[in-house]
Design a protein around this ligand. Structure first.
Ligand code: GLU
Length: 546
């Protein structure tokens, strides 16, 4: 068969680059010894998830701890799944978590290895597909969907491996006449690899994450160009990761089963194989069993969830680092002042199977990390969230920067030996301050005493309150008011004779607390009242009278 003639008929494109031109256009990168080139290669579906962030962090750390490059490639070969704005969303989401690309789609600067959108790289794929056709390593296949379904049905019935291989590869050895006849009839066709592999041969393979594994040779005549001339993931992966000079392909373990295809493709294309690291899936414990995080069931899979809820990005990263490298936690405890970027990250220390993601643990890390901020730092963080996700009232409140900072100093226990860890994420932290604002302070008073007792306590306390009192003077006045209202002013007195009193001093203080904050729990009430100011505090006390 005249393969050159057939290739020219199947891929008639003029002006395809020559293979030498491709190699020249994308020369090996000049980087220092050991530098890794990694990439994130999402499909632009608009859904960017925790798994992407997990992988991206491994990619980014690998590249940047070795002086290499981390780039963004958009795998947009599936037009149907494409969503507008998806690329910006990937970049914005990862940037929120402090992960930046050195080069790639929509990244400014020298984009020497682009274009980074696969759809814009069609001439390169087509040039290589044409070369494989000319070398007899690829061929056209005119099977219809129905024919392929029938093949699969027979294979399933016979309990054979499904796919297009061996005797099932019906177009593999068709004659020249049959091929040209199909072309003349204008039938749609795909281009398939003419696999040279043998499934009886196995090779030892070293995965950078999974370690030693065994890989069976590929014998599937996989599609390399679809009927619309667009490459499949397999073909585009081999060509792009070669020409973008990726040294380590970090990707989900769902691709492990396709590895034999990729090994063969790199071989027939004449490219040297990059290293691979297949990451394990993120799992969660659900009702006592472990399962994969699911898009449908688990809102925490979507990265938008973390931004919307106001998670502290550094906390999410820190927690993911503990999942990525099990010795990170210990390192981090010993190196409190250091950034995670100083940790000697290594893909070889990544877990080989199911990484457990636990939202409660993340929340703990988050409280911990946030407690280290200064009140000013906390203001900046919360304000960022408020501007994007807060209510109009929140935005108005956050204009009072100094007032909020004084509230935060109280809530966080700034200046105390042990910081409080009440703030878990912005969405929750902002709500902790609501009672400091009259326009939204709407308490449903839950007093545990009758109206007369409540009124007596509130009146007695209001009559003596002074803003200048320090904590102990303030408390002495609470005690005096408590005694006047029929409470024990000392706990010991109450304990000795409970029936003689309405309650103890803390019960009495609770009445004031509920009047001021609307809740029986609050940080130091004396300070709360100071922050609110005398006028507002007394107004709240009188409003709370029954
Ligand atoms: N586009 C593929 C995905 O979304 C990328 C896999 C890879 O990293 O090679 O899963």
């Amino acid at each position: 068969m005249d393969l050159k003639k057939l290739a020219a008929r199947l891929i008639p494109d003029e002006n395809l680059p020559s293979l030498e031109e491709c190699e020249k256009a994308y020369p090996p990168r000049v980087l220092k010894e050991g530098a890794e080139v990694t990439r994130l290669a999402p499909s632009p579906t608009g859904f960017i998830h925790l798994g992407n962030l997990y992988s991206a962090l491994a990619d980014e750390r690998t590249a940047h701890t070795t002086g290499g490059i981390f780039y963004l490639r958009i795998e947009d070969t599936d037009e149907k799944r494409k969503v507008d704005g998806a690329v910006e969303s990937v970049i914005r989401s990862l940037k929120y978590f402090g992960i930046n690309f050195d080069e790639g789609a929509e990244i400014e600067g020298e984009n020497a290895y682009g274009p980074y959108y696969q759809r814009r790289r069609a001439p390169i794929y087509r040039a290589y597909a044409k070369d494989l056709l000319e070398r007899g390593l690829a061929y056209p296949c005119f099977c219809t969907e129905e024919e392929l379904d029938e093949i699969r049905r027979v294979q399933t019935e016979n309990k054979e491996i499904t796919g297009y291989y061996g005797k099932y590869a019906v177009w593999r050895d068709k004659s020249e006449e049959e091929i040209y006849a199909a072309l003349d009839r204008g039938l749609p066709y795909v281009i398939r690899l003419r696999s040279q592999g043998d499934v009886n041969i196995k090779h030892a393979f070293r995965d950078a994450i999974k370690g030693s594994i065994t890989v069976t040779e590929n014998d599937q005549d996989v599609v390399i160009l679809k009927s619309d001339g667009i490459p499949t993931y397999h073909f585009a992966h081999a060509i792009d990761d070669h020409f973008m000079r990726t040294t380590l392909v970090i990707r989900g373990e769902e691709w492990l089963s396709s590895l034999p295809i990729h090994i063969e493709l790199f071989k027939v294309l004449g490219f040297s194989l990059p290293r691979y690291g297949h990451t394990c899936s993120l799992m969660k414990v659900d009702g006592g069993t472990k399962r994969k995080l699911s898009k449908r069931k688990d809102p925490e899979l979507s990265l938008d969830f973390y931004r919307g809820a106001g998670y502290y990005p550094q906390a999410v990263i820190k927690y993911l680092m503990t999942i990525l490298n099990s010795n990170f936690e210990e390192w981090s405890a010993k190196n409190l002042e250091k950034s995670y970027k100083e940790f000697p990250f290594s893909v070889s220390k990544m877990g080989k199977s199911g990484a457990l993601f636990d939202l409660d643990k993340l929340n703990d890390v988050s409280r911990d990390e946030l407690s280290k901020l200064s009140p000013e730092g906390m203001y900046e963080f919360l304000n960022g969230w408020v501007q994007e996700f807060g209510t109009d009232a929140d935005r108005a409140h956050f204009k009072e920067r100094e007032y909020i900072i004084s509230i935060l100093a109280l809530i966080m226990g700034a200046g105390q030996k042990k910081r409080r860890k009440d703030i878990e994420r912005a969405g929750q932290g902002v709500r902790l301050m609501d009672y400091f604002f009259d326009d939204i302070f709407a308490p449903a008073y839950s007093f545990r005493f009758d109206n007369d007792t409540v009124n007596a306590m509130l009146s007695a306390f209001a009559a003596t309150y002074s803003e200048d009192d320090d904590n102990s003077a303030w408390f002495a006045k609470v005690k005096a008011a408590a005694a006047a209202a029929g409470f024990a002013s000392e706990n010991a007195e109450y304990k000795a004779n409970p029936s003689a009193y309405k309650g103890n001093v803390s019960d009495a203080a609770e009445i004031v607390r509920i009047a001021i904050t609307g809740s029986p729990n609050s940080p130091d009430l004396c300070t709360v009242m100071k922050i609110l100011g005398r006028e507002r505090s007394l107004a709240r006390i009188s409003a709370a009278k029954r």
